[in-house]
Unconditional design. Structure first.
Ligand code: NG1
Ligand code: ZN
Length: 549
C-alpha cells in the first residue's frame, strides 16, 4: 500500500507554509502565534496517522493548546499510546516535515520518512484529538482534520477538553478490554473514575471547607463544573475566572503561571479570598496547579509544585508504612533545577530525590524508575506514578490488621484518583484535598513543612538562544565558554546563593533562575546574572534593560 499522494497533495495545497517561518517541535510540541499554525496542523494530522500506523494502529492523541501562554498563541502536541509524550526521535521528524516549504516537498519527505522509519501503510491509523478554549482553536482543528482525512485516518473529535483528559482518553482507548484497562474511554469515564476514588478517600471526613478555584478563564472551568456535579456533597469548588467569552481573558492576570511568576494573588481573587482560606489556580489547559492562601496578616503564601510534592509524598510514605509495605514499596521524588532549594533539602533528608532536565517527559521517565515516583515541576505540573510491580503488590498484599487494610485501601484508591498519564490540575487538586482532609491540615500546617528560599525567575531576550548549552540537568552552562565561571563568581557572594541559566524550550528567551537567603538578594543575583547573559550575547549597552544592575 502506498500513500494517498493525490489526496494529500490536493489538501496540502490549501494549507501552504508561510515562507519566512521556521517551526520547531519543542518541549511542548509546536507552539507559536495561532494564526501561523495552519500548515503545521495539516501536517500534524498526517504525522499522527503515521505514528499510529507505526504502532500497529494504536490510538494517538493530538492536543491543540498553548497551555499558559497568552490567547493569540496556540500549539499542538502528540500523545503516545500510553498517554505519555511523543517519543523524542519523532520530535525531530515532525520538525523536518513541518518545515517542508511546498506540498511537493512535503509529499517527497513523507515518502522518504515512511521508507526510513519502516512504516507499514496497510495498518490502520487511529487518532483522537481535542482543543482548549482559544479562539484560534476551531480553524486549527479544521486544518488538522484535513490532514487526518487526506491520509484516511479513523479520527475521533474529543471537542473542547483539558490536556489531561485527552491523555486519559488515549490511554483508556488503547487499554480497553485488556488487563491494563485504564477506565472507560470517555470524558464521563474520566470524571466518574476520579470522583468515585475521591469520594472513597474522603468518606467519613466531614466539613472540608470550600475551595476557591481560579480557572484562568480557560477550559478548566468546564472540568470544575463537571466535578462539582459529582462531588459537591463532599467538597464545594468555588470557580472564579471562569469567563470563556471575553476576548483576551485567557491566562490574563490569572492562572497558575501568573501566580508562580508574579508570586502574588491574581487581582481578581482579592475580593473573594478570606484570611486563611485556601485557593488554587489552574493554567489554560488545566495541567498545572498552584495553591495559596492569605496568612493571618493577609500576606500571600504560595504552595507550589514543590510543596504539593512534599505533601503528597509524605502522605504516601505514611500509608505504605501503615499498610505494612515499607519493605516492599519505596517512594522517590523527581524534580528539576527550578525546585526550590528549601524543598530539595527537606525531601532529600527523607527520600531519594533525582534532578532531571526541564520538560515533563524527563520527569515522567525518571519517575518510572521508582516503585512510586512523585514528580512535580515547581510551576505545578506533576503527578504520581505507581509501577506495574507496585500495583501487583497492592493487589496481592494480605493485610494483617484492620489498620493495615484501611491504609492499603487508601493507596489503591489513590492509584484510581491520580491521573498517571500526565500532570492533571483537577486530579492533583482532589489529591491535595484528600491529604489535607486526612491530616487535618489548613494551608498553614502544609506550608510549614519547610521554608521556601526567596527566588526570582527572569527572562532575557537574546539574539540566538541556541548558543546556550547546559549539562548536569541544566544546572551548568558549557557554552558560551567562560560564562558559567562568571556566574559562579557572582553566586559565591550571596548567602545560600544558587543560580542557573538555560535556553527556554517553549519561548525564544533564555531563563535565569536565582535563589538567596533574602528576597532582595535573590532579585539582585537574578538580575546580575541576566546582565551577564545579555552582555555575553553582544547586546547593545544602550538597550541593556534598566533593571539589570
Ligand atoms: P521552558 O520554556 O523550556 O522553560 C516551560 C516550563 C517547563 C515546562 C514547559 C512546558 C519553567 C521555568 N519552564 O519550559 O517547566 O512546564 O514550559 O510547558 O516553568
Ligand atoms: Zn498547561
Amino acid at each position: 500500500m502506498s500513500l494517498p499522494i493525490q489526496a494529500i497533495q490536493a489538501a496540502g495545497d490549501r494549507h501552504p507554509k508561510p515562507a519566512h517561518l521556521r517551526f520547531q517541535y519543542g518541549t511542548a510540541g509546536f507552539r507559536t502565534l495561532g494564526n501561523t499554525l495552519d500548515s503545521v496542523m495539516f501536517k500534524v494530522g498526517i504525522i499522527a496517522a503515521l505514528r499510529s500506523k507505526k504502532l500497529d494502529g494504536k490510538t494517538i492523541g493530538v492536543m491543540v493548546t498553548a497551555s499558559h501562554n497568552p490567547e493569540p498563541d496556540n500549539g499542538v502536541k502528540l500523545v503516545d499510546p500510553r498517554g505519555e509524550m511523543l517519543e523524542a526521535s519523532w520530535e525531530g521528524y515532525a520538525t523536518t516535515l513541518a518545515n517542508t516549504s511546498t506540498t511537493e516537498e512535503f509529499v517527497e519527505a513523507l515518502a522518504e520518512f515512511v521508507r526510513s522509519a519502516k512504516i507499514d501503510l496497510s495498518k490502520p491509523a487511529r487518532v483522537v484529538y481535542g482543543r482548549d478554549t482559544r479562539p484560534s482553536g476551531p480553524a486549527l482543528v479544521a486544518a488538522l482534520e484535513d490532514g487526518l482525512h487526506a491520509i484516511g485516518a479513523e479520527a475521533r473529535d474529543a471537542g473542547v477538553t483539558t490536556t489531561p483528559i485527552l491523555h486519559y482518553l488515549v490511554r483508556a482507548t488503547n487499554t480497553k478490554g485488556t488487563k491494563d484497562a485504564y477506565g472507560e474511554d470517555t470524558s464521563e469515564g474520566y470524571y466518574d473514575k476520579i470522583s468515585a476514588a475521591f469520594k472513597k478517600l474522603v468518606a467519613g471526613k466531614a466539613g472540608i471547607p470550600p475551595l476557591v478555584v481560579d480557572c484562568a478563564n480557560g477550559v478548566g472551568a468546564y472540568a470544575v463544573e463537571e466535578f462539582s456535579k459529582l462531588i459537591s456533597d463532599k467538597l464545594q469548588l468555588v470557580p472564579v475566572n471562569a469567563d470563556l467569552t471575553t476576548p483576551g481573558a485567557l491566562n490574563n492576570a490569572c492562572g497558575a503561571d501568573f501566580v508562580k511568576t508574579m508570586q502574588r494573588l491574581p487581582p481578581s481573587l482579592s475580593p473573594v479570598l478570606k484570611t486563611g482560606q485556601r485557593a488554587c489556580s489552574l493554567d489554560g489547559d488545566a495541567d498545572r496547579l498552584m495553591y495559596y492562601y492569605l496568612d493571618d496578616r493577609d500576606q500571600f503564601r504560595m504552595l507550589d509544585g514543590d510543596k504539593i510534592a512534599a505533601l503528597v509524598a509524605a502522605f504516601i510514605v505514611e500509608l505504605v508504612k501503615n499498610a505494612g509495605l515499607e519493605d516492599e514499596i519505596s517512594v522517590g521524588i523527581v524534580q528539576t533545577a527550578y525546585a526550590n532549594g528549601g524543598s530539595t533539602k527537606y525531601l532529600s533528608q527523607r527520600l531519594p530525590v533525582k534532578c532531571v532536565s526541564t520538560g515533563v517527559k524527563h520527569l515522567h521517565h525518571a519517575a518510572e524508575h521508582y516503585d512510586v515516583g512523585v514528580y512535580f515541576e515547581a510551576n505545578g505540573h506533576g503527578t504520581v506514578l505507581f509501577s506495574a510491580e507496585t500495583n501487583k503488590i497492592l493487589a496481592e498484599h494480605q493485610p494483617s490488621t484492620p489498620a493495615q487494610s484501611t491504609a492499603l485501601n487508601h493507596i489503591v484508591n489513590l492509584t484510581q484518583l491520580i491521573n498517571q498519564t500526565v500532570g492533571d490540575a483537577l486530579s492533583d487538586l482532589l489529591l491535595v484535598e484528600v491529604v489535607l482532609a486526612h491530616k487535618s491540615y489548613s494551608g498553614v500546617e502544609w506550608d510549614s513543612l519547610y521554608v521556601d528560599l526567596p527566588n526570582r525567575l527572569v527572562k532575557v531576550v537574546v539574539a540566538d538562544r541556541h548558543i546556550f548549552k547546559t549539562e548536569d540537568a541544566e544546572r551548568r552552562l558549557v557554552s558560551p565558554a567562560g560564562l558559567q565561571e562568571k556566574i559562579n563568581e557572582l553566586v559565591r557572594r550571596y548567602e545560600a546563593g544558587r543560580a542557573f541559566v538555560r535556553p527556554s524550550g517553549t519561548e525564544d528567551v533564555v531563563r535565569v533562575y536565582a535563589e538567596a537567603m533574602v528576597k532582595s538578594q535573590a532579585d539582585e543575583l537574578a538580575f546580575r546574572v541576566a546582565g551577564l547573559v545579555y552582555d555575553e550575547t553582544g547586546g547593545d549597552p544602550a538597550q541593556r534593560p534598566a533593571e539589570f544592575l
